[in-house]
Design a protein around this ligand. Structure first.
Ligand SMILES: [Zn+2]
Ligand SMILES: [Zn+2]
Length: 439
């Protein structure tokens, strides 16, 4: 008998813990048709970086309807939606809004047919190939949930819809436009990204560095041009640039501590016009990736040193030394997940979703300008996590062969949007409720 009472008490305890979790899950389930309608609309009407006027208007309208105080036009098309709800932390939740210059080839019934012009003046198709449409739909889902649940938390929510992530302009533009001075300054920041390496519904995360420092370097290798039949009268920039490309490989293989990670990739090599002309310059476009400021510096200094050293070895005159330009305005700092927020959030996720839906992952060498917020606000607790998007059937069919699956930025990337949006809305709500827990 006593055992029965104990069992009943335990069951009651478990139910009180499980009840709010279930309630949240069910509320999101009821909202999902509406969120999917918004998702399909955003997907069919993608916009290029810093041109997200239609998407931003939808985000602003939905946040306002949920009860937030909304400011539009922050850093271009950015939206800031604030909900003040008593004393406590200030939590910033960020979604990015931009799509990519890419012609969609998913064959989805709501596939994009949009066209536009990039900032380089290129006419192009436009596609949400990075899944920022799922980010926006989940952001709206979270805004609705947290507004409806405001009796269960205390603090301030600052929900931002950011332009220009793909061009690494948006976070900076919003910061420059007073994101941390005109609006409540966050103590915590959260975001998610859909993942093309995890099955739909899984949550992945990295401790510490999650995404890399990304730098673009332009190099002009100058020689002395002339006739292709008289190389001895020239300083051939193609031969010199080829040596530079080869020597650059030693930065990672010979100069970097083997236990650290970095990438130096020459993505473009252009020179010359004709078989028998030795040109007088060659142009290299290089991407450089790392996780720490020290390694970033080592690589960038190394590129300049190798360029100059090889030019001297080739006998290039002093006034024709290579020029090396780091495109500082486009540099993206590494995105680092801070320890306390990562640990508490993942503990909550494991309790809420179960151990088998939460997976620790290796960091990636891609870039993300979410990291800029933490740099602008030292001490900010910051976390970005992944929500798996690969449809279950495709995941099963691939049988571990990741090369057979489309990646992010592929014209074929078609995530299981319903699972991404449902999981992300639930995860962000759970994480927010933990940060803004009534104390
Ligand atoms: Zn992207
Ligand atoms: Zn993205």
């Amino acid at each position: 008998m006593r055992r029965k009472i104990l069992a009943a008490m335990l069951l009651a305890c478990a139910m009180t813990a499980a009840a709010p979790a279930q309630e949240l899950n069910q509320a999101i389930g009821r909202d999902l048709p509406s969120l999917m309608e918004i998702y399909r609309d955003l997907h069919a009407n993608p916009e290029l970086s810093m041109q997200e006027t239609r998407s931003a208007a939808r985000m602003a309208e939905e946040a306002r309807r949920a009860g937030f105080t909304v400011t539009s036009g922050v850093g271009g098309t950015g939206v800031v939606a604030v909900l003040e709800n008593g004393p406590g932390p200030v939590l910033m939740l960020r979604a990015d809004m931009d799509a990519l210059p890419l012609e969609e080839r998913t064959g989805l019934p709501f596939a994009s047919r949009a066209r536009g012009t990039t900032r380089e003046g290129l006419d192009t198709g436009i596609m949400h190939a990075c899944g920022h449409d799922t980010h926006m739909a989940a952001w709206i889902g979270v805004a609705r949930r947290l507004a409806a649940m405001r009796s269960q938390w205390s603090g301030t929510l600052v929900m931002i819809a950011q332009p220009g992530e793909e061009t690494s302009q948006g976070a900076r533009a919003m910061l420059d436009d007073g994101l941390f001075t005109r609006f409540p300054r966050p103590t915590h920041a959260l975001a998610f990204h859909d993942s093309a390496t995890l099955p739909a519904g899984m949550i992945g995360y990295s401790d510490g560095p999650a995404l890399a420092n990304v730098d673009s370097v332009d190099m002009v290798v100058r020689g002395v041009g002339g006739h292709g039949a008289a190389p001895h009268t020239t300083r051939d920039p193609i031969v010199l640039a080829s040596r530079i490309v080869t020597s650059l490989q030693t930065l990672v293989s010979r100069e970097l501590d083997p236990l650290d990670s970095a990438v130096v990739t020459v993505g473009s090599f252009q020179a010359g016009t004709k078989h028998n002309i030795i040109s007088d310059e060659a142009r290299l476009l290089i991407t450089v990736r790392s996780y720490t400021p020290e390694i970033r510096r080592m690589l960038l200094d190394g590129i300049a040193r190798i360029a100059r050293g090889e030019a001297i070895a080739a006998g290039v005159p002093e006034d024709r030394m290579p020029t090396v330009t780091v495109r500082e305005p486009e540099a993206t700092p590494a995105t680092v997940n801070t320890e306390a927020l990562t640990q508490t959030t993942m503990a909550r996720f494991r309790a809420h979703f179960g151990e088998d839906r939460v997976q620790r992952m290796r960091p990636v060498m891609a870039g993300e300008d979410f990291g800029r917020f933490r740099i602008a606000q030292p001490g900010l607790e910051s976390l970005i996590f992944w929500v798996g998007g690969i449809p279950q059937a495709r995941w099963a069919a691939a049988n571990g062969d990741m090369a057979s699956l489309p990646s992010l930025h592929s014209p074929f990337w078609a995530p299981d949007a319903e699972r991404v949006i449902a999981t992300a809305t639930e995860a962000l709500s759970v994480a927010a409720l933990e940060v803004l827990r009534r104390r």
